[in-house]
Design a protein around this ligand. Structure first.
Ligand SMILES: [Zn+2]
Length: 222
C-alpha cells in the first residue's frame, strides 16, 4: 500500500512524540513507539490520491518513479504543505454559517479543544462519528478506546478513504494531522501509541465530529 511507506517513514520519524496536544495528564504519556510492529499495521490510514504520501519523504533517496497518480503536484513532506483539494469546497463565510464558532475554529482553522472538555472524550455510546462539516462517516464507536488523553481516540478510521493526513509543523515537535477526506476538516492528529490491532491513536476533537447513535432497531451485533 502506497500510503504505508509514508507512514512507516513519517509516523516513525515524526511521531513517537508525546501527545503534543498536551497529554500532560497522569498516565497519558505515550510509551516509546514500537516502530516495527506498528509499521505493519498502518493500513487504516489512507490518504487521498490528491494529497500526500505518494512519494517518499525528502530524506529518502529513492530514484524518482514515473508512477501515475492524481496528485495536484508532487507532495512533499516540507514545512509548507501545499493546499489540498477536497470534493467539498465552501467559503469561510459558508462554513461560519454552518458551524458553531467553536466548530469553525477547530475544523476550519485547525484549532484544538481543551482536553476533557469535548462532548465525546468519555462517551461509550455505540454509533458512527461523522464529520461535523460535511457528514462524512469517519469513525465507529467499536474502534474507540479510552486513551486517557482527554480527546476521543480511535485505533482506526471507518474505512481507508475516510482520512487524509499531512505533516503538521505548526508547533514542535512535528505531528501528523488528520483531516476529513471529503471536506478537509481538521480532525486532530494520529499518533503511534495506540492499542492493537493497529497501534495507532487517532486523537480527534469532539467538535470535529458528530456522533450518530446506533439505531435501536439495529442492535449491536455482539
Ligand atoms: Zn468533512
Amino acid at each position: 500500500m502506497q500510503i504505508g511507506l509514508f507512514h512507516r517513514q513519517a509516523l516513525a520519524g515524526i511521531l513517537g512524540l508525546a501527545c503534543a496536544w498536551g497529554c500532560d495528564q497522569p498516565g497519558a504519556s505515550p510509551p516509546e513507539p514500537p516502530a516495527p510492529a506498528v509499521a505493519a499495521s498502518l493500513e487504516p490510514v489512507k490518504a487521498q490520491p490528491a494529497t500526500i504520501a505518494k512519494s517518499a519523504p525528502a530524506a529518502e533517496t529513492d530514484p524518482p518513479r514515473q508512477t501515475k497518480t492524481a496528485t495536484q503536484g508532487e507532495p512533499e513532506m516540507s514545512t509548507s504543505p501545499k493546499p489540498l483539494k477536497f470534493p467539498v469546497q465552501k467559503s469561510d463565510a459558508e462554513w461560519q454559517a454552518l458551524l458553531t464558532p467553536e466548530e469553525y475554529r477547530i475544523t476550519r482553522l485547525k484549532g484544538t479543544e481543551r482536553a476533557f472538555t469535548g462532548a465525546y472524550w468519555n462517551t461509550k455510546l455505540a454509533g458512527t462519528y461523522q464529520c461535523v462539516c460535511c457528514g462524512r462517516k469517519l469513525f465507529v464507536s467499536d474502534a474507540k478506546f479510552d486513551s486517557g488523553c482527554g480527546w476521543p481516540s480511535f485505533f482506526r478510521a471507518i474505512d481507508e478513504d475516510a482520512i487524509v493526513t499531512q505533516e503538521d509543523r505548526s508547533i514542535p515537535p512535528p505531528r501528523v494531522e488528520i483531516m476529513c477526506s471529503n471536506c478537509g476538516s481538521h480532525l486532530g492528529h494520529v499518533f503511534e501509541d495506540g492499542p492493537p490491532p493497529t497501534g495507532l491513536r487517532f486523537c480527534v476533537n469532539s467538535a470535529s465530529v458528530r456522533l450518530v447513535p446506533r439505531e435501536a432497531a439495529e442492535p449491536d451485533p455482539n
